[in-house]
Design a protein around this ligand. Structure first.
Ligand code: CA2
Length: 157
């Protein structure tokens, strides 16, 4: 059976959740987000390791380390979504299923937020559903992980 652990990654400035711009990002804090994901995962028998950093290299090291003990990654890359080939390469390099989450509807905001370097390395996208979107992304990612494990059990590669 596949490992039953997910990595939750929150990128730069998401430690400020709940302190500023509630009209865009809501009132919940990063701690609330981590609880939402932990609860959604626990409902399906999965555990969560969480990392938030304002430093790209710290996020990349955590993504690389996930190869050892995680079955998938839930990530809100923050502003790195729109700038970081390096982050995209890390996600693509570890070859784990990825769920991309954005609290706000990036497509209804400034044009520079419309492009995501992560988009096509992710198998799940939940955008503009507030922090509750993290729960849906977690559940959809677990569907992908469990579906792949069942496929392998039936001899489907
Ligand atoms: O909507 C999202 O989740 C974003 O990933 C959030 C990023 C933004 O750059 C993306 O375009 C969309 C910004 C994260 C900063 O979060 C803050 C939260 C509270 C106060 C200030 C910033």
């Amino acid at each position: 059976m596949t490992t039953r652990r997910l990595l939750l990654v929150n990128g730069p400035n998401l430690n400020l959740l709940g302190t500023r711009e509630p009209e865009i990002y809501g009132h919940e804090t990063l701690t609330d987000v981590e609880r939402i994901v932990t609860d959604a995962a626990a409902a399906r028998g999965f555990e969560v390791s969480a990392v938030q950093s304002n430093h790209e290299g710290v996020l990349i090291d955590a993504i690389h380390a996930a190869r050892a003990d995680c079955a998938g990654i839930v990530i809100n890359p923050g502003g790195l979504t729109h700038t970081s080939v390096v982050l995209r390469d890390a996600l693509s390099g570890v070859a784990l299923p990825v769920a991309e989450v954005h609290i706000s509807d990036v497509y209804a905001r400034e044009e520079f937020r419309h492009h995501s370097y992560v988009r096509d390395v992710a198998v799940v996208h939940v955008i503009g559903e507030g922090v509750c979107g993290y729960a849906r992304a977690t559940s959809l990612l677990i569907d992908v992980i469990v579906g792949a494990a069942e496929g392998r059990g039936r001899g489907i590669p």
